[in-house]
Write a protein that binds this ligand. Structure first.
Ligand SMILES: [Zn+2]
Length: 264
C-alpha cells in the first residue's frame, strides 16, 4: 500500500515522526504554509519560513525516503495584518516558481473578514497565473459559512474546481464541496475534527471520487499516521484494496501532479 499525506506541517514535528511515517509506508507529503501559533510581524519571517520549507524540511524528509512537496501562501489569519500581508503578497509570486512548490495554500477564511477575502482573491489569481493548485482551509468556527464564502469567491473568479482542494471537511460541509466539484480533503485528528470512523462514514455516504484524507499534523494533538489509520478503518469495513489505494495514494497524486510540477 502506497500512502500519501496531502496536508501535514512537518515544521512542528520531530525526526521520530519521520521515522514512524516511513516505517508505516508514507512515501509523499504536501506541507502547506500555516500559522505558526504566534503572529509573524515582519516580512522577513515569512520569507525565512518559505526558504525553510523548501530547503531544510524537504531534505529532512528525503533522508527518510519521503517526498516533501510544498504549498506556499499568506495564511488566512495573518491576512488581517494589512501592512505585513501586502508585503508578503508582493513577494510570494517569486517563491511560487521555486522547485518543489506544487500549490498555493492554505488560503481561505479564518474570521471571515474583508482583509481575508482580499488575500484569498489575490492568491487565487496568482495561482491561476502560475498554473498552480489551490488548497483552501475551512475555518474551525462557522465552518459552513466559511466554506460557502470560499466557494462563492472561487466561482466568481472562474477558478477551475479541478485545481481546487477544499480541506478540513466534515459532515457539515461535504455536500457544498461536492456540489461545487472541487476535491475534498478530510482531516483526521485524535480530539477535534474527524475520527477515522467518521471519515469513512463520509465516504460511505458520498463515495471516494475526488476525496482524500490527511493528518494536518501540527503543534496540537494530531497524529502523523492518521492517513494510515483511515486505510486500516477502510479495510476493516470491507473496502477493496484498490479503493483504499485510491483514497490514500491515487487521488492525492492525481490532484497534486496537475500543473506538472510534481513528478510522482
Ligand atoms: Zn494546515
Amino acid at each position: 500500500m502506497r500512502i500519501f499525506d496531502p496536508h501535514i506541517h512537518m515544521y512542528s514535528r520531530t525526526t521520530d515522526d519521520y521515522e514512524h511515517m516511513a516505517t508505516a509506508g508514507i512515501e509523499a507529503v504536501v506541507e502547506p504554509a500555516f500559522w505558526l501559533g504566534h503572529p509573524r510581524t515582519h516580512l522577513g519571517t515569512f520569507l525565512d519560513y518559505f526558504d525553510y520549507l523548501l530547503g531544510f524540511e524537504t531534505e529532512r524528509a528525503a533522508r527518510h525516503g519521503i517526498r516533501h512537496l510544498v504549498a506556499l501562501s499568506l495564511n488566512p489569519r495573518e491576512a488581517n495584518d494589512r501592512k505585513v500581508s501586502a508585503e508578503v503578497l508582493e513577494r510570494l509570486p517569486d517563491y511560487l516558481d521555486r522547485p518543489g512548490v506544487v500549490g498555493v495554500g492554505e488560503v481561505g477564511f479564518d474570521d471571515i473578514t474583508a482583509a481575508e477575502e482580499e488575500a484569498l482573491r489575490a492568491q487565487v489569481e496568482v495561482a491561476r497565473r502560475k498554473d498552480l493548485n489551490v488548497l483552501v482551509h475551512t475555518p474551525h468556527r462557522d465552518k459552513r459559512r466559511g466554506t460557502e464564502r470560499s466557494i462563492a469567491v472561487l466561482r466568481e473568479m472562474g477558478a477551475d474546481p479541478d485545481r481546487v482542494l477544499i480541506d478540513h471537511n466534515t459532515e457539515e460541509t461535504i455536500d457544498l464541496v461536492r456540489a461545487y466539484g472541487a476535491w475534498a480533503g478530510h482531516t483526521v485528528y485524535p480530539v477535534t475534527k474527524l475520527t477515522p470512523e467518521r471519515a469513512v462514514n463520509i465516504m460511505q455516504g458520498h463515495g471516494t471520487d475526488r476525496l482524500m484524507v490527511n493528518s494536518s499534523a501540527d503543534w496540537g494533538p494530531s497524529d502523523p499516521l492518521a492517513v494510515c489509520q483511515v486505510a486500516r478503518e477502510m479495510r476493516r469495513r470491507g473496502y477493496a484494496r484498490e479503493e483504499v489505494q485510491k483514497v490514500v495514494w491515487d487521488n492525492p497524486v492525481a490532484f497534486w501532479r496537475q500543473g506538472g510540477r510534481a513528478k510522482l
